[in-house]
Ligand binder design. Structure first.
Ligand code: AOF
Length: 217
């Protein structure tokens, strides 16, 4: 059995250190690069014809393929933070392989955000040039990175979200053919939304993707 301390050591080895003033920081959605956050509104998504307002809501809904009523509640929220909060009481019914698949699911969610908001989200991603992208978080050093000390300039974390965004940006730089406007379904079991297998996503699955979110209600 793996001991707690060796697990801690493994987690520690995955941590990265960033100099805050040298990277693109994703922190508040209203800031310059806030659109890169999963909490950002204005990048609507359509999965199997169902409108979902943010990648946060989509990601959280993906926890619960076996409880469509929970998915419906999550994606029905106007606020992405509330969508996340709605998932919390149901965490025990999260798909059992969540920790093996969540990274792939997040990569897929970001692909969907780009496919259906290719101009706006793509432009923001490319504006980051070759810089590191880091989601600053107060608590979460898996998806993001935390300030090493409140006064300092050092962010420490696995920054998995930031790294997925950088991976996508590099693919986008090569995407002269617009291949990223289509996203195949993930090859994982029970990849379901509201009881239906999640289908291929295309830019055209969302005819209103260029309209402001305020017009979508
Ligand atoms: N940005 C941001 C958060 N971080 C987001 O939370 C998601 C992961 O949630 P989970 O793994 O279920 O805890 C992921 O999209 C990550 O970017 N959480 C917050 O409570 N507030 C926030 O402003």
């Amino acid at each position: 059995m793996t001991s707690r301390s060796s697990l801690d050591q493994h987690e520690q080895s995955l941590l990265r250190t960033y100099v805050r003033s040298e990277v693109v920081v994703v922190y508040k959605t209203k800031e310059a690069f806030g659109g890169l956050s999963n909490m950002a509104s204005g990048y609507p998504l359509h999965i199997n014809g169902v409108r979902i307002l943010t990648t946060e809501a989509l990601y959280q809904a993906c926890r619960f393929p076996h409880t469509p009523e929970v998915q419906r509640d999550i994606i029905g929220q106007h606020s992405p933070m509330t969508a996340k909060m709605k998932s919390k009481p149901h965490r025990k019914t999260t798909r059992p392989d969540w920790y093996e698949v969540r990274h792939k699911i997040m990569r897929w969610c970001l692909r969907v955000k780009l496919a259906q908001n290719y101009e706006e989200f793509g432009r923001l991603l490319l504006l980051t040039c070759d810089k590191s992208i880091v989601e600053q978080s107060r608590k979460d050093d898996f998806w993001g990175a935390r300030l090493a000390d409140e006064a300092g300039d050092t962010l420490v974390g696995q920054n998995v979200l930031g790294r997925l965004l950088m991976e996508l940006r590099e693919k986008l730089k090569e995407d002269a053919e617009g291949v990223l406007k289509t996203v195949p379904p993930l090859g994982i079991p029970d990849f379901l939304l509201l009881n239906k297998p999640i289908e291929r996503v295309t830019a055209n699955s969302s005819s209103d993707s260029q309209r402001p979110q305020s017009e979508l209600f």
